[in-house]
Design a protein. Structure first.
Length: 376
């Protein structure tokens, strides 16, 4: 499919490159396409594209800012660092719809109520960008993606922000994203572990496809609704994955309970070392990456990098170290009291408190059994 899109794009670039953009007819329609969620992580939040249809000029194309090249050198390092180049491509409406029909993902079209000169303006701007470096952009999860790029193009027609977010701005980005991972526990745990303080800010930025769709419904131009009509192009199937024990918080709870039940110091050392290594990763990736969402990650207080020292310190130093780690866990728990991901982190909090108390032979209220030592 990617090869077909690329071939179509080359043909379109050739046509545009050696002739001016055609003058659109009065029958031209410019519309926003909002695509439903997919099962892959990169498609979890849906997609936004822009369609230009002119039956007189036999033109029906979709401009799409959601492309990236898996074959790019050091692809994963660039993605993590935050300097991976996404780009705009163009394909026929027929091929665009076929892809979403194949994936059974919903596509909703909102036709914009624009005067002809504005339609021509956005059409020319897109074609100009397609032939210049403006075709490429550095992807940012919240600040710059397929949705924000389309919003910029439409708002650019007026020189002001006609399209603004209307959905709830009082909740955090993290809370806004949380429901998208329902029954995808490992995605939910991974995303909420690596995301830092920025995702706890109020979700004032319009960056999700569904939010753009809702905002367009309420937007006005010269006192008139910006959307003249809405229709469903593809009737999708709702993603409702069946519950799986192996893709749920219960698996984590069982693993941690087994670890605690075995009650062996060497297992505690291995577990805490791995957690500390992960915490070190969270700290380093925040320094390495240009994704603002990864900065100032307080989850490093739970998966504390200092855990890596535990197997190697003396008993006297261990007691001081563990006391400091327990204090950091208390701070982390206080921070988490108002956070949406407290539930999925709570088993780790309890397990870490238990293990650290056991390793310094502390036994509040006499509730904890003695730790089992290794046989020599």
């Amino acid at each position: 499919m990617f090869k077909n899109f690329t071939f179509l794009s080359i043909l379109f670039l050739y046509a545009v490159g050696f002739s001016q953009s055609p003058n659109l007819s009065a029958n031209t329609e410019v519309s926003i396409l909002t695509c439903g969620r997919g099962e892959e992580l990169y498609s979890t939040f849906g997609h936004t594209a822009l369609r230009v249809k002119d039956s007189v000029n036999q033109l029906d194309v979709v401009y799409n800012y959601g492309y990236f090249d898996f074959r790019a050198e050091n692809f994963y390092l660039k993605f993590v660092k935050g300097d991976l180049q996404y780009f705009m491509n163009v394909t026929s409406f027929e091929d665009f719809v076929f892809e979403y029909q194949s994936d059974k993902r919903e596509v909703i079209e909102q036709t914009l109520n624009l005067p002809l000169e504005k339609k021509q303006e956005v059409f020319d701007a897109l074609n100009t960008a397609l032939l210049s470096k403006d075709r490429f952009y550095t992807y940012k999860f919240i600040d710059r993606n397929c949705t924000t790029m389309i919003v910029e193009k439409i708002n650019g027609l007026y020189g002001k922000n006609e399209i603004q977010k209307l959905d709830d701005k009082t909740i955090s980005y993290r809370t806004l994203l949380y429901p998208y991972f329902e029954n995808y526990f490992w995605y939910k745990l991974g995303i909420n572990s690596v995301f830092g303080a920025k995702t706890d800010h109020k979700a004032e930025k319009l960056f999700l496809p569904t939010e753009l769709m809702h905002s367009l419904d309420q937007a006005k131009y010269n006192g008139k609704p910006l959307v003249s009509g809405t229709r469903t192009v593809v009737i999708g199937e709702k993603i409702a994955p069946n519950f799986s024990f192996f893709n749920s918080i219960f698996l984590i709870c069982v693993i941690l309970l087994i670890l605690i039940s075995i009650n062996k110091r060497f297992l505690f050392n291995i577990y805490l070392f791995l957690c500390g290594f992960f915490g070190l990763f969270l700290c380093l990736i925040g320094l390495y990456s240009e994704h603002q969402e990864l900065l100032w990650n307080y989850n490093a207080l739970l998966f504390n990098p200092l855990f890596v020292l535990i197997p190697f310190v003396s008993k006297i130093s261990l007691k001081k170290l563990n006391s400091a780690l327990l204090l950091m866990l208390v701070i982390y728990t206080i921070i988490m009291l108002t956070k949406s991901h407290l539930v999925i982190m709570f088993p780790f909090i309890l397990a870490h408190v238990y293990i650290l108390l056991k390793m310094i032979n502390s036994n509040p209220l006499g509730l904890l059994p003695s730790i089992k030592k290794n046989r020599t």
